[in-house]
Design a protein around this ligand. Sequence first.
Ligand code: PEP
Ligand code: MG
Length: 840
Amino acid sequence: MQNNPDTTLVTQTAPITAETHGGRAKCLQRLVRLDLPVPATVALSFDAVHNIASGQLPDIAAILSEFPANALVCVRPSSQDPDWGGPGAVLNIGMNHDRHRELCETLGTQAASKIFLRFVQGYAVHVARLDPDMFDAIDGEGIEALDATLSAYEQETEEPFPEDIGTQLAGVLKSMARAWEGTSARLLRMAKGAPADAGLGLVVQQMALGVGRGECGSGVLQLVNSETGLEQITGRYLRQSQGRDALSPQAESIFITCDPRGASFEELLPECFAQLKSHAALMRARLREEMHVEFTIDNGRLHILDGVRVTRSSRATVRIAVQLARDGIITREEALMRVEPRALNELLHRQIATDAPRDVLGHGIAASPGAATGRLVFSATEAQASAARSEPCILVRRETSPEDIRGMHAAKGVLTERGGITSHAAVIGRGIGLPCVVGISDMRFQIENKTIQASDGRTLREGDVVTIDGTSGQVLMGAPDMHEAALDDAFQELMDWANEASDIGIRANADTPADAQTARNFNAQGIGLCRTEHMFFEPGRLTVMREMIFADSSKDRRASLERLLPMQRDDFTQLFRIMQGQPVCIRLFDPPLHEFLPTSRSGQRELAEALDLPLSTVMRRVDSLMEYNPMLGMRGVRLGVTVPEIYEMQARAIFEATIDASVDGDPVVPEIMIPLVSAKREVELVRGRVDAIATAVRNERGAEFDYRLGVMVETPRAALRAAEIAPYCSFMSFGTNDLTQMTYGLSRDDAGRFMSTYVKQGVFPEDPFHTLDVDGVGELIAIGAGRGRSVSPDLVLSICGEHGGNPESIAFVRQAGFDYVSCSPFRVPVARLAAAQLAI
Ligand code: PEP
Ligand code: MG
């Protein structure tokens, strides 16, 4: 045996690794090294198992010589990563009529027959590949049932049941090796991330029977709760049982610690319980992981059969990693590496309980994570009315526009027929932490009739209770059970460690004081993008904004803007105060003006009344502002150049707020960002005007302040011409939403309609609005960053599109030497953890 490296007795010294023999074999060796009572075990390497599958058996007699004569053995799979699965275990190999007779003497007929019966059934199904249903008619576990099973076996296979242990073991090894190499098993494990040629090891272990005279049974134990990760000894034990029988839902198993139905395991077997607890604690300390221990009690003696990582929710993953680091068992860096950044989403938002049944009505794009339940409403006004009655609602729209923002604030979740990951509803939803599903592909919306037709033909009406899952994109009937968000001390501590470890800044995109507060709560290192236009949708302001749009002359426009100025100044003062001296990057007005005008006839009538104008004038004006392609039209810096009063008012508001907030707080150095530039002259013009306003405010107020001016790189031309734009800027922030839209020539608002077909057919590997296209858009980013820094080495570089919060994009821009990323406040923790992992 020792000469054959493929089949190794698991001893303290044998060389066993997860890469050669699989995770289970490796773990068992570690348990042996800890002197735990593990039954004798032989590990077969990946190579050995591969050879078995090709018909080349190892020396079976040599394997069996490692076990006492007449011992029964079991075979279990040992894949490199336990999550990749493997063929089912076969127990009680070695049972035959002779052994049965002996065991009848020592254990009693009932126990001996039960063991033999189990083996025959396991062998029949796994090795002889008989249909498991054929044993359904056989009742009980006694000698009659055994005889019936054996004769059913012989009838079906036309062969006697093999009596020789060598033949039995060879059969089991062959069938398990071949099962692993089968096509369906390969596809299944590849779906779980295994490489196509992943190997399987097998573990042959002496049976601790768990059935017989005295106290016998089997069970599992762990030291933490799988859902919360909190310390709690849990487990199950089933008397006269083997394997994982105790976990079968039908089993009348005994709960470990506090069985509500009677004596618990620790009362029944106090010594074994104490030993188990100390073995589990030793495993935790030495294997540096929370372990789920499988054990057997054989005539009152404890055997440890296996240990696997405790299965855990995302919340428990964080708690366990942090607790192991707190206890000095792992380092903080290791704790950070053990949590998948995206898993934090499940802690940050309410989620549908993992085991809750899901009555799915349809699917869309998961645009803002978290789940929400409420009654369907079809307009923003109804959403507000519903909130006023304290009735949770889900706002349904074909797509949302700025007019819906108040309704979105009032709703628990938003569902839109159209749109993609960067559509209005999605961006606002993520910004305010509101669950959102957009771009529904398989439901029919009739907003006017206030109905939705589900994919299976069911009709939903106003008032029906539905749940949207913004994490999976599902729309569900009714109100499934939920898990609440879990921002506990373990989460906070992990975030602190991530902060210390990361070497790229994480800022938040925040438009309102509430967003800024969320950003601070998540310890964002400033605001990387404040989309100022969102400030104009508040009820009192929208009308003034509309007045400004309707102004006929620069003078009238200035008059309306004068009224908006104090409101903007207040907004900025609040933001500066909340951010307490941290950088705040304010983007000047970006969207096309017509987004502020009502589209419906009734809205236009209301506006005509408010402005005291004839309806026809309002309609004409709305019409005249319409553009064929507004996202490529009069927006961003183009407005700044042609209607300069808006930017001038904003610059003044920013500077006045800077002075106000610096009086009683930390000094503020505002950052002013110009959107959608494509030519250096645009920046030169706007810069000249902003500088002039700064000088005017300094003189008027007799106060000094600094500020920084920069641009958003959102057009391919801005990236290509970065070297001539950079001298006018202190920073460049890549707006990858628009940059993706313009690089692909793909509308960010309409792409949702065909995106899933494109991804399914492999045209795009993923939705480029969701996952940064590093090949195309990424090349433009690299060009822009390189050319900008070539003339201004101190140019601050950042990314503030929706990609800013994605671990893959963070890796890309960090590599390109960026200073920070900026993302929705609720994604700050995910981004921070991803950044920390990259730096470790
Ligand atoms: C962008 O285009 O990436 C961006 C951040 O701006 P917005 O999404 O507001 O167009
Ligand atoms: Mg943009």
